[in-house]
Design a protein around this ligand. Structure first.
Ligand code: CDP
Length: 247
């Protein structure tokens, strides 16, 4: 009997949702969605719905964690108990949420100009309300918007996309079934302008030639996501043609 594992990820050259190998899912972003946060953003990426609130730079608690030379970056990724069938009825931290919090924190530690804010902490809270594959890359994308909205200085904007292989094809922006049942998945985060790799993880196997090709496909995907981030920020800050800024 064929189970989900036998699902054909490519049919007549198209993916399960009709996309070509390089198409992204539909993405919507909104900046400034939480009134009490210093910066915030919301993203819908395919079926993912993720909200991020940023607080700080603020006094580091507990104080003994404070660094007299730089701000420390804290990150908490969490999936709601109703975010997916797998998470149904569960909540609270897990091995997975601990891993994702760590890798997302490390991405931003490498771009935030933390030495401008000694003895402080910058908190990045990410809540996944609905999950549909690629939550870590969507989380990084929305957290970059929330950090920008909080006015946290960064070397560059950060943009992320997951690529991989399914049905023997190299794919950009894996959906949940492609992520769970494909041959390989590789979440990547880039600095937006100079395309430095800030996160590389990988499941499954790819040849060197496939990796070279998929990195190029990922850069093209990241460019599209990056343009949407710029547009979301522009929409928040630019009130009218005279470019008035929100106070
Ligand atoms: O979300 P991301 O692809 O970054 O991470 P993953 O651990 O590879 O999970 C792939 C997908 O499986 C998630 O996006 C969710 O849709 C689903 N998942 C879930 O619903 N509950 C979990 N505990 C783990 C994964």
């Amino acid at each position: 009997m064929g189970g989900l594992k036998d699902v054909k990820l490519i049919v007549d050259g198209k993916r399960l949702d009709g996309r070509t190998v390089e198409d992204l899912r539909q993405i919507k972003m909104q900046v400034g969605v939480i009134s009490e946060a210093d910066g915030s953003a919301f993203i819908e990426w395919g079926g993912n719905k993720i909200i991020c609130g940023v607080y700080g730079p603020r006094e580091c608690i507990p104080r003994h964690e404070a660094n007299p030379f730089r701000a420390i970056v804290k990150c908490r990724y969490m999936m709601s108990p109703f975010a997916s069938l797998e998470e149904h009825g569960r909540s609270g931290p897990s091995r997975r949420s601990t891993e994702l919090s760590k890798v997302i924190r490390e991405v931003f530690q490498n771009v935030i100009l933390a030495d401008e804010f000694p003895n402080t902490e910058i908190d990045v809270y990410i809540d996944v309300l609905q999950a549909d594959g690629g939550t870590r890359t969507a989380s990084i994308t929305v957290a970059a918007l929330a950090l920008a909205n909080a006015g946290i200085p960064m070397k560059d904007m950060v943009t992320a996309v997951a690529v991989g292989k399914g049905g023997d094809e190299l794919l950009v922006d894996l959906g949940k079934l492609e992520d769970n049942f494909g041959q390989s998945d590789m979440p990547l985060a880039f600095s937006a302008k100079d395309k430095k790799l800030l996160l590389v993880q990988m499941d499954g196997l790819l040849t060197l030639e496939e990796i070279e090709k998929i990195l190029e496909m990922a850069e093209r995907g990241a460019d599209k996501v990056s343009a949407m981030q710029v547009e979301a920020l522009r929409k928040y800050y630019v009130k009218d043609e005279e470019t008035k800024f929100k106070l």
